[in-house]
Design a protein around this ligand. Structure first.
Ligand SMILES: [Zn+2]
Length: 323
């Protein structure tokens, strides 16, 4: 999930009275936020970018995740599918490169800005693949605390994943193998990272984003400790030729992923050190923030540090219990 602040502000201004959401406090029933966002997405242009002989990115210009496109011998695989209002636009873009049908859709996690397109594509009976936890989350109402509280309503039956995996899965398509890796409790509790093994290109979902501090969906089992472990695993598997399609942002190499990893690890370590010294949260926020680039965007720095503080608390407590 991503909130582009400028666009968010614009949307809040256009929301009906009473539908505005605050950046703190209790979750609000603001389904109009997502509905309004969906409508606004319909008018935003997108780009189809070729990154390999048969792999592309459909890069959104608004609040939506990157769609990865693989053109296989027998059909097209889409990794995430943005918004249902964009389904026809996505199809038009695909027609510029192939006449093959969409064979499968893979959801990297449950968030609406990556999977709302399931509503349109699922209605066409295109198989949808996801981690089992992602399907469970889509079946029930979810409160997503990103930059704002957002309520994601249960998905209609036709939009639910039809094939789930729990640990690992592989698709064999011509000379390419598409591997689905599960990273437990990173951005959510159902993160699938997609690896095109021959091309050595990953679609990371929102485990990796380039807009600054990521969203970690704490209520859905997301955790900074496991998120860093997931990124470390990806770094260990990669070499200088490996490419990463982030959940949001342009195509990256190992170098950019390492910078992102080091930022997350710096904040984690800083919070842990201050927490162990017994400093109060307000002080931890201040001292950590003082060491960060004030222009670092994405999730607000205060909110992110407070979140890491809560995770550090439970991490230390659970470790103490085990010892
Ligand atoms: Zn997300």
């Amino acid at each position: 999930m991503k909130g582009l602040r400028a666009l968010y502000c614009l949307l809040v201004l256009t929301l009906p009275a009473g539908a505005q959401v605050k950046d703190a406090g209790e979750p609000k029933e603001n389904t109009q936020y997502i509905d309004t966002l969906a409508l606004s997405m319909g008018s935003i242009p997108e780009k189809l970018i070729k990154i390999h002989e048969n792999i592309y990115i459909i890069s959104p210009n608004g609040i939506a995740g990157n769609t990865g496109v693989f053109v296989g011998d027998n059909g097209v695989y889409l990794i995430d599918n943005q918004w249902s209002v964009l389904a026809n636009r996505i199809k038009q873009l695909l027609q510029t490169i192939t006449s093959k049908p969409i064979k499968a859709i893979i959801n990297t996690h449950y968030h609406f800005d990556h999977t709302n397109g399931n509503i349109a594509f699922g209605a066409e009976k295109i198989p949808i693949v996801a981690h089992a936890n992602t399907r469970l989350r889509m079946m029930a109402k979810q409160v997503i605390r990103g930059h704002v509280y957002e309520v994601q309503q249960p998905y209609p039956a036709q939009a639910l994943p039809t094939i789930t995996f729990t640990d690992k899965a592989e698709f064999h398509e011509g000379n390419e193998t598409i591997e689905l890796l599960y990273f437990k409790n990173a951005h959510t509790d159902g993160d699938a990272v997609v690896h095109f093994k021959r091309a050595d290109i990953y679609h990371t979902g929102d485990i990796f984003v380039t807009y600054g501090l990521p969203v970690i969906d704490e209520d859905a089992g997301g955790n900074i400790f496991s998120m860093i472990e997931a990124v470390d695993t990806l770094l260990a598997r990669a070499d200088d030729n490996t490419r990463f399609i982030p959940g949001h942002g342009p195509l990256c190499s190992k170098k950019e992923l390492l910078v992102y990893r080091n930022l997350l690890a710096f904040i984690r370590d800083q919070v842990m050190i201050l927490y162990r010294k017994g400093k109060p949260l307000a002080q931890i926020i201040k001292e950590t923030k003082d060491k960060l680039d004030p222009n670092l965007s994405g999730t607000s720095q205060e909110k992110f540090i407070a979140q890491v503080y809560r995770m550090a608390q439970s991490h230390i407590k659970s470790r103490a219990k085990r010892e």
